[in-house]
Ligand binder design. Structure first.
Ligand code: NAP
Length: 269
């Protein structure tokens, strides 16, 4: 099957930076309507200005995906302007490190709020609408970090596990309503999110390449889009690794990654 974006109403959450922004830039070359949302409205204003001369019509909304009432309010506002959302990229996500070395419920709430409930709140409304017309596509961005419980990344990894599993259930349940659900699982992509990481990131990819891979996978209606290949292969191996080896490996990797990063920093200074 091949689908296209022509004349579609396309929602992108988390469009103010990184992967969401690049998807918006790429889709702006198509004759379609882009509904871009994020909390940083200033960014969205600048993006709309930048993409103004392109083919797509750009509509922007300030939205916090972690707040159910806000999602409902923004959805109603969208539906006042247009009768349907054909395709939704539920991409907004975060890796909260308010308290980097603490086990903090606040970090968990922020991370789960965006990465899991951000998908749930939007999906609730989209599924209802798409079921009523027996058509639609929901694309959820999770991560290859859903493969195991990664060191110092428990809230992020587990929020992505939950999101990936949820999207898989949705995919199966919604087939009969002709609603396609696609899960996107990137490895490391160069965005503001990864710029904050202080460890070595293997096969770090440009956001432009990541967006091309995602859009090409969607056109082919792949069920799950995983990339890059070597990171994907690595996570498959990690899943098969016995726990006692995994524990040693992950602690060792984290330590050597931090040392590598420190060496790079001191070289640059
Ligand atoms: N970069 C990677 O290596 C990588 C790897 C695997 C998966 N991912 C996933 O890819 C997605 C995009 O991440 P990115 O790398 O592009 O990071 P990013 O540049 O930090 O972008 C994250 C986007 O999500 C939005 N966002 C965060 N919390 C939000 C909230 N509560 N409500 C609404 N919007 C919110 C941000 O907008 P505002 O701050 O303006 O609200 C921003 O537009 C995330 O789901 C991330 O987990 C990224």
């Amino acid at each position: 099957m091949r689908m296209n974006f022509l004349n579609k109403n396309i929602l992108i959450t988390g469009a103010s930076s990184g992967i969401g922004l690049q998807l918006a830039k790429d889709l702006a070359n198509v004759d379609c309507t882009l509904i871009l949302t994020a909390r940083r409205y200033e960014n969205l204003l600048n993006i709309r200005q930048e993409l103004n001369h392109k083919s797509a019509k750009i509509i922007i909304y300030k939205n916090n995906v972690a707040e159910k009432q806000d999602v409902r309010k923004v959805y109603s506002a969208i539906k006042e302007n247009m009768n349907k959302i054909d395709i939704a990229f539920l991409n907004a996500g975060t890796n909260s490190k308010l308290m980097p070395d603490a086990f903090s419920a606040e970090d968990a709430e922020i991370t789960y709020g965006a990465n899991l409930f951000g998908i749930i709140y939007w999906a609730e409304l989209l599924i209802k609408e798409m079921k009523s017309r027996n058509d639609g596509m929901i694309i959820g961005v999770t991560s290859l970090a859903d493969a195991r419980g990664f060191s110092k990344n428990g809230f992020y990894s587990s929020s992505k596990v939950a999101a990936s599993t949820l999207l898989e259930s949705m995919r199966v349940d919604l087939i009969k309503h002709n609603i396609k659900v696609i899960t996107v699982k990137p490895g490391f992509v160069r965005t503001p999110m990864t710029a904050a990481n202080n460890f070595y990131m293997p096969f770090l990819m440009n956001v432009e390449t990541a967006s091309k891979i995602i859009l090409s996978g969607i056109k082919k209606e792949k069920r799950v889009i995983r990339f890059p290949f070597l990171t994907t292969a690595g996570t498959v191996l990690l899943k098969l690794t016995p726990n006692f080896i995994y524990d040693r490996l992950s602690v060792g990797l984290r330590n050597s990654g931090e040392k590598l990063k420190e060496n790079e920093k001191s070289k640059n200074n």
